[in-house]
Design a protein around this ligand. Structure first.
Ligand code: PEP
Ligand code: MG
Length: 325
């Protein structure tokens, strides 16, 4: 199988119906970057910046942050890298930035909430990203945005930092894209103006699924209880894609489920055309997508929904088996 995947490396993930899905990789350490070449990923769809913070005993200096971002862009050799701003709290606890004990950390003071309340750390990271880009295009996104105002405020901070960098005479990125992760169901129902303003949306399925089903992603008792191919969840994903598409907003999916071939196929059938996953999943997902017709798969999923089935998995797996997949 490894050889088979290697043979696919230079080929696009074009399905039998003619649609092509862009496959990108998730990363979080400099050590992940060689995979960008080896896996055939089009770019880095999610770079988890908190890892640099998690392996330190204090906040990395601005120069250290900027140097890392710059090296990542060097390693990317012009491929698009999406930097996710600090996602601290809940499952990612910083010893030196420890939120007070919270009864429900996943629902607590985390990610962009913490960033907007502690703007110093956020500003320093934004400056580091702008400087690390050093004239190259920069794509960044904020985690756990739950309402339009949080995005608006964070976007304003980025624009302010750009103006400050300009005033200092520093080289600005050639282009800046400011995205939002869609990880809370509320954001899917944000006003149209949000979808018009945001440069791109990236669905964080790990968190979105836990909040959609109210099932803790860290709790072994419940985390596998709800199927990713549950009809309600797939139709929710489809609705998010449709809203983004209606506003011309690029949308991608970067949770772990994108790296599972059957799940990736169903997301593509629901309309997603950009996925980001761990590098080792790119071969298997591409292999799957190239064998199937997404329009036919969509009809299989819609059929399960029409019959009132809870999950599309049984019919989807049977359909794949019939094709020897
Ligand atoms: C997600 O929630 O799907 C995601 C990509 O972010 P993380 O797993 O880092 O929370
Ligand atoms: Mg998340």
């Amino acid at each position: 199988a490894q050889q088979q995947y290697a043979a696919l490396r230079e080929l696009p993930a074009t399905a039998r119906c003619g649609s092509t899905v862009s496959l990108n990789m998730n990363a979080g350490l400099m050590a992940d970057l060689p995979s960008l070449e080896g896996s055939g990923a089009e770019g880095v769809g999610l770079y988890r910046t908190e890892l640099q913070f998690l392996i330190r005993s204090k906040v990395p200096r601005r120069s250290e942050q900027a140097a890392l971002y710059s090296r990542i862009l060097d390693a990317g050799q012009g491929k698009r890298v999406v930097f996710r701003t600090l996602d601290i709290g809940s499952d990612k606890v910083l010893p030196y930035m420890r939120p007070a004990d919270e009864p429900n950390p996943a629902l607590g003071w985390r990610a962009i909430r913490l960033g907007l309340d502690r703007k110093g750390v956020m500003r320093m990271q934004l400056q580091s990203l702008l400087r690390g880009a050093n004239g190259r295009p920069l794509a960044l996104m904020f985690p756990m945005v739950a309402q339009f105002d949080e995005y608006r405020e964070a976007r304003e901070l980025v624009l302010n930092e750009i103006e400050k960098e300009r005033a200092l005479g520093h080289t600005l990125p050639s282009n800046v894209e400011i995205g939002a992760m869609l990880e809370t169901p509320s954001l899917a129902f944000a006003p149209d103006a949000f979808f018009k303003m945001v440069d791109f949306v990236s669905i964080g399925g790990n968190d979105l699924k836990q909040f959609f089903f109210a099932a803790d992603r860290e709790n072994e008792r419940v985390r596998r209880r709800y199927d990713t191919l549950n009809i309600s969840y797939l139709s929710f994903i489809g609705q998010i894609v449709d809203r983004c598409t209606a506003h011309g907003t690029p949308v991608s999916f970067c949770g772990e489920d994108a790296g599972r071939p059957t799940e990736a196929a169903c997301f593509a059938a629901m309309g997603l055309r950009t996925l980001s996953m761990r590098p080792a999943s790119i071969g298997p997902v591409k292999h799957m997508l190239r064998q199937i017709n997404l329009d036919d798969l969509r009809r299989v999923i819609d059929g399960a929904a029409a019959r009132g089935e809870q999950s599309a998995r049984p019919v989807v797996e049977a359909w794949l088996r019939k094709q020897g997949l």
